[in-house]
Ligand binder design. Structure first.
Ligand SMILES: Nc1ncnc2c1ncn2[C@@H]1O[C@H](COP(=O)(O)OP(=O)(O)OP(=O)(O)O)[C@@H](O)[C@H]1O
Ligand SMILES: Cc1ncsc1CCO
Ligand SMILES: [Mg+2]
Length: 266
């Protein structure tokens, strides 16, 4: 996995404009739709259990985000996820707030049990909890994982059978064996609600066109992080940064990513 591969994947996203079906939270749903467009994909949010499987079958990727979950939504996610698996559509799971309440942790574990998830994208606290090695989650915020971050992500990947994308100052992307560290990003990304949700949407765009989920997730986090760096350069605070983040991702070219992706094997 290298900068050139990331650049090629961005080119493919722009060329193919994958449909990214989201079942997601009500806090950041609009940001997720628009960041998907800025990355080069086409978003659709279809949450009802009566249609979620049908929509998943037509998609290039399915993003499940439990940020404002309720039991009916989990049922819809399970239906969509199972159908996505039948159709070969990759599933991205964002376990927002797993560890903060029993409903969140149990719902994530149930989805992981019943659906083959390609990429589990969470912060360090969420991934530590799901690894079983421990992590701290307060509301939707990470208080970090217990122990080494790379080892925690690896353990979680092995335990869940997914590619884990653990976000933070440095993002760790691993299938339990191979591991890529993504250095792109800016501290302002942590001062805006929903950058984690948006990261999952961008991962959906890239995994839809990638040969393997690890490369797709790593490339997506490079692109999103580089847009964050560029957006931060002109920002006066979190809300002008938000505008810059969208505009810079929209303007980002494969050449920019080839020159600006900062990733390394671990
Ligand atoms: N201090 C930082 N420096 C650089 N990049 C960061 C920093 N904090 C977060 N990011 C980037 O911001 C994005 C979201 O990651 P983060 O871990 O903040 O998600 P989250 O806290 O789960 O999200 P949310 O705010 O949606 O709940 C990722 O792309 C990550 O790389
Ligand atoms: C703040 C918040 N609460 C539930 S989902 C969400 C969006 C960021 O995770
Ligand atoms: Mg954050």
């Amino acid at each position: 996995m290298d900068a050139q591969t990331s650049a090629a994947l961005l080119g493919l996203v722009r060329e193919k404009r994958p449909l990214v079906h989201h079942i997601t939270n009500t806090v950041t749903i609009n940001d997720c739709a628009n960041i998907t467009i800025c990355a080069g994909g086409a978003p659709v949010m279809a949450g009802a259990a009566e249609e979620s499987a049908e929509m998943a079958a037509a998609a290039g990727a399915l993003v499940l985000n439990i940020g404002t979950l309720d039991p009916a939504q989990v049922e819809s996610m399970l239906r969509a996820g199972r159908r996505a698996n039948e159709c070969g559509v990759p599933v991205i799971l964002d376990p927002v707030g797993a560890g903060a309440t029993a409903l969140r942790t149990e719902s994530v574990l149930r989805i992981l049990e019943e659906v083959e998830v390609a990429v589990l994208k969470g912060n360090a606290g969420e991934i530590g909890v799901l690894a079983g090695t421990g992590g701290t989650v307060r509301g939707v915020d990470s208080g970090g994982c217990d122990g080494d971050a790379v080892e925690t992500a690896r353990t979680c990947a092995r335990a869940t059978g997914t590619v884990v994308a653990m976000t933070g100052i440095v993002d760790v992307v691993t299938d339990g064996e191979r591991c890529v560290l993504v250095q792109n990003g800016d501290p302002l990304m942590d001062r805006l609600s929903g950058t984690g949700c948006m990261a999952s949407s961008v991962v959906g765009c890239f995994v839809a066109v990638a040969d393997d989920p690890l490369s797709g997730a790593a490339a997506a986090l490079c692109a999103f992080g580089l847009a964050g760096e560029r957006g931060a350069a002109a920002a006066r605070g979190p809300y002008s940064f938000r505008t810059g983040l969208f505009d810079e991702l929209y303007a980002l070219t494969p050449e920019d990513l080839a020159g600006g992706a900062r990733l390394e094997a671990a």
